[in-house]
Ligand binder design. Sequence first.
Ligand code: NAG
Ligand code: NAG
Ligand code: NAG
Ligand code: NAG
Ligand code: NAG
Ligand code: NAG
Ligand code: NAG
Length: 715
Amino acid sequence: MAGSYVVALAALLLPMIECMTPKQMISAPRYSGAVANPSGEWALYSTSAYSFDDHESTVIWYLMNITSGEITKVPFGDDVSEVVWVGDSDTSILYTSSKSSVKSGISLWTADLADPSAKGTKVANLAAPYSGLKAVRTASGDINFLLNCLAYENGTAYNEDLAEVPYTTGRLYDSIYVRHWDLYLTQQRYAVFSGTLTGSGSSYDFNGEVTNLLEGIEAPVTRPETPVQPYGGNGDYDISPDGSTVVFLTKAPELPKANSTASYLYLVPHDGSSVPAQLNGPGSAAPASAQGASGAPLFSPDGKSIAYFQQDGVSYESDRSKMYVADIASGGITPIAENWDSSAATIKWSRDCNDLYVASDYLASTRLFIVPADAGADFKPTNITDVTSVSDYYVLPGGDALVTANAVWSPFNVYTLTPTGDASYLYNANEENAEFAGLGPDDVDFMWYEGTLGDQQQAIVVYPTDFDPSQVYDFIFYVHGGPQGYTGNVWSSRWNLKTWADQGYVLVGPNPTGSTSYGQNLTDRIQGRWGSWPYEDLVNAYNHACDNLPYINCSNAVAAGASYGGYMMNWLQGHDLGREFKALVSHDGVTTTFADYGSEELWQVKFIQHDMNGTIWDNREAYRLWDPLRHAKNFATPQFVVHNDLDYRLPVSEGIAMFNALQELGVPSRFLNFPDEGHWVDSWSQAVVTFNALLTLLLAGFEPGEQSLLAPGNL
Ligand SMILES: *[C@@H]1O[C@H](CO)[C@@H](O)[C@H](O)[C@H]1NC(C)=O
Ligand SMILES: *[C@@H]1O[C@H](CO)[C@@H](O)[C@H](O)[C@H]1NC(C)=O
Ligand SMILES: *[C@@H]1O[C@H](CO)[C@@H](O)[C@H](O)[C@H]1NC(C)=O
Ligand SMILES: *[C@@H]1O[C@H](CO)[C@@H](O)[C@H](O)[C@H]1NC(C)=O
Ligand SMILES: *[C@@H]1O[C@H](CO)[C@@H](O)[C@H](O)[C@H]1NC(C)=O
Ligand SMILES: *[C@@H]1O[C@H](CO)[C@@H](O)[C@H](O)[C@H]1NC(C)=O
Ligand SMILES: *[C@@H]1O[C@H](CO)[C@@H](O)[C@H](O)[C@H]1NC(C)=O
């Protein structure tokens, strides 16, 4: 490897950290997945780390030898944003760079990582902020690529910095779906664009033309949009191995976007020479029951089939994602392991096309399963990964997988995995990076308790560094959002469980009714019961922890949660369990269910029309029953309320209403607001403020703590 140098790894010499502070956690590197090259010899990944000194983040790219685990830095500049392995050799790459002659445009470059220090070659300029690169090399030696970008209604890519500024700020809407997460909807929609780099050996030409592949879909109600916003990426589309065909995902064109989850796959020639043809959905060979959201479309290596998932329910985002294989030639669609009580999150093909490597949530982490590509309805896959959580994976030529995983104790573990589940670790950040030194599997335990219906439910228990079970620790009772989600063995750079524990607490995070990864029954039975079964489960979890964990001090406990977890804090405030805590922390939660129609997605994702089992006019009683504000007379526990202005999911008035009620009732309370954050606090410097504020305010002392970081709110 000419010109490269080996990154010094002094794992054994690292000092044990005392504990992880919010600032340390937030400024520590954040990792991308390790992406294997075609021959399975190399993996490429990047880290970005935020500096509190210059308030900037730095991106570094690394190349890993998959056999030895040896790592070298790739001397890319700060401009390199996305890299794919493609070209005339196994080490050829194509990458996007923010270097551009046009403001907010991008450029495409080729290089060969056989010599990482060699200069890349610029092959294309694109005059808009495209991202989501995918590419293959065709038989003729061309590179056919895909990118996505916002587009005008006429299909042309949109560059905000080049667009005309209108003379009015008014926005006019004639249908539901005015805003989404933290944005108001505009006329522009995301679209997939294709282009070709004409190749001769390792050099390429570009004629400057890209084609919007979404053009031509008849859309009586909902305009096509790929990736599906706001979290879709290049996993919402794929290009066939020969480069001729593209599959993409878009919401159902005949249904309203804000109250239906339905989305379908379309096939279109890469050159856009014919209009997209619908692959699944109404009128296709898919089962009539499959009406909901589709996802994760991926061509088989022989180009003959597409694996994907689809949910049945058309108005329920948390329905089970069932796997299908579509045969492209015949249009036939076959359900795979139909009765498996688990949701597919991502699907990848083995190189011989015989197996699907499926990532699915199981017992509070994402695991890998191998499912034959023709598995019958009753095939029961078994997990081949451990209790850590898979974030990315690639099937290598021989059938092993390259897996990137994380856990409460590590943000980045890379290993190869045989089909029978034998792992060979190449990199564990907690063993090799000073920032995470001292963290390990002993930081976490799992506790089972009895749910209100008599079933066994699981909670994660997170210990502080140097935990001593003969000591007694203050106690954090953590309730997850969703409600269809889980508290699991996952690294987070927001509410990082280990960072909480490291301030001297034991944290218990139960998975009550509504939680995912324990089968669809537990998830689904929250419908119509937001405040009953989940609450009763939490009472059981709390009692079980207090009765069985001698090292927690239940007289010095706080409860915290965000989103549905914030709802549950507001619900606890009006109910007996709320009295057990020294303080409650609610972050962007629901205060009154009667305000739910101020949200943006009404289907509703995880609440309203699905979870309340009807509209507010037809099933008003459910909304009344589960309204936290109805129990305001009981509010008595000090509470810290965090709610942000750009939260259009649960608007800021929800947090203000809670705070106003607490204040008028004379309950010690504080309100933290960020005008420029949404449902989550995303910016790095502000995340640390929230975290510090949470930690210093936790035990109801409401001491000033890091107040200096905050603008004074009032007198
Ligand atoms: C990767 O590491 C292995 C084991 O040390 C070595 O044999 C191999 O040559 C390395 N691969 C390359 C392409 O350098
Ligand atoms: C599409 O619309 C935009 C904005 O009005 C305009 O600038 C652009 O030239 C149009 N493109 C085509 C191909 O008409
Ligand atoms: C969704 O909203 C449309 C109007 O935008 C309405 O006609 C339709 O009945 C609604 N569907 C559901 C399931 O509520
Ligand atoms: C599957 O997961 C369980 C823990 O949830 C673990 O004990 C078991 O070892 C895993 N299976 C394999 C083959 O790794
Ligand atoms: C769901 O689980 C509960 C508790 O174990 C059980 O009582 C109920 O029958 C289950 N429902 C279904 C549809 O399996
Ligand atoms: C939801 O409503 C339907 C009819 O309106 C009813 O049959 C069903 O039992 C309800 N489900 C729950 C969980 O309350
Ligand atoms: C438990 O918490 C209570 C209330 O703060 C405190 O008085 C007591 O000393 C704590 N117990 C232990 C063993 O630390």
